[in-house]
Design a protein around this ligand. Structure first.
Ligand code: KG4
Ligand code: ZN
Length: 332
């Protein structure tokens, strides 16, 4: 089967083609324009999606060497995400599906992030645990099958990606925060500043990152001038450590509680090298998997792949609802 996937939930305009579980082409156009505002501006995001969607979809078809007539389905992210941004992608997909006479599927962005791991690891088997870490979500899922998910815990306030983004803004490093903090942290002493790690010692699988951000703000305010050079590296490394340590420690708790020996990491923050290294170092009795970075951050491949999976494996369960839901909650 051949499925076109369209992703426009936030600031990436993306399209990809999945055929028989293999990604033939994946095209991502990142909206760099938001960096000048220090964060994603919803209206600007919708306008940029409108500008680039046709080109991105066309490029994914061209690079795959296929035409619209070869498609069996078109899948588009219907939530969670920004209302206007989601609407742009879903309306585009619906129009294209109507014109070509193929089925149109509404995909849950979080579910697609989880399933990106199957693109990288086709032999991945259920059940497994998933640490889902993105700009809007920080959750640990037990995944028992397609459509069978159990939420083991999540953040009470900010998401891990949000903590990176807000931290970068406080340090004057730009947007998105994850990659710039990761870069600034290289060579820094991660024990230089003792930032708080909420719930680290509690038995509950939950997260909180808003105190961490405030702690960084207070730390920077006390300095005579913003940190630069080695001291910036030290602060960035300590801040990064405070985020990734608590993520890994809660994932370890989930492994111990469930006895499941395979843990995958998904979402934009899963691109973080320190998170990847620490997870493998700490979870020694467990296989720790993560997709290559372009499959962690938002992309159309995960949407196309999951759409095809529904079409093939579970046609009765196909997500045919195309209503856009900005705060869509994945459930099993
Ligand atoms: O999954 P994603 O691309 O979009 C959402 O669904 O939110 O995740 C975006 C988030 C941003 O907060 C960004 O700062 C973070 O992922 N991120 C990273 C890295 N690359 C992206 N965080 C830490 N380290 C990275 N290398
Ligand atoms: Zn995402």
């Amino acid at each position: 089967m051949t499925v076109l996937g369209i992703e426009t939930s936030c600031d990436e305009t993306a399209a990809a083609i999945s055929r028989d579980g293999v990604i033939l082409a994946s095209v991502v156009s990142s909206q760099g324009i938001h960096s000048r505002y220090g964060g994603v501006v919803p209206e600007v995001a919708s306008r940029e999606h409108e500008r680039f969607l046709t080109r991105v979809v066309q490029a994914s078809l061209n690079r795959s060497g296929i035409t619209l007539e070869d498609l069996d389905g078109i899948a588009a992210t219907r939530g969670p995400g920004l209302m206007g941004a989601l609407l742009t992608g879903v309306s585009f997909a619906q129009g294209l599906a109507r014109g070509t006479g193929v089925i149109c599927l509404g995909i849950d962005h979080i579910e697609a992030h989880i399933f990106a791991n199957f693109i990288a690891y086709p032999d991945l088997e259920f059940p497994f645990l998933c640490l889902l870490v993105s700009g809007g979500h920080t959750q640990i899922w037990r995944v028992d099958g397609l459509g069978r998910y159990d939420l083991l815990g999540e953040t009470r306030d900010d998401a891990a990606g949000e903590a990176f983004d807000k931290g970068a803004r406080i340090l004057g490093l730009g947007f998105p925060g994850g990659p710039v903090i990761e870069r600034a942290a290289r060579g820094g002493n991660e024990d230089a500043v003792d930032f708080p790690q909420a719930f680290l010692t509690s038995n509950a699988i939950e997260f909180s990152f808003s105190g961490l951000k405030t702690s960084l703000l207070n730390y920077v305010k006390k300095l005579e001038s913003p940190p630069k050079g080695d001291s910036l590296s030290d602060v960035a490394a300590s801040y990064q450590k405070a985020i990734v340590s608590v993520l890994v420690s809660k994932l370890k708790q989930a492994v111990e509680r469930t006895g499941i020996q395979v843990a995958v990491i998904a979402g934009g923050v899963a691109a973080n090298e320190q998170l990847r290294i620490l997870a493998r170092n700490v979870l020694t009795d467990c296989a720790v998997l993560y997709p290559p970075a372009p499959l962690c951050t938002d992309n159309g491949a995960m949407v196309a792949f999951l759409g095809e999976r529904y079409l093939e494996e579970s046609p009765g369960e196909m997500p045919l609802d195309l209503t856009v839901v900005p705060n869509l909650r994945l459930s099993g």
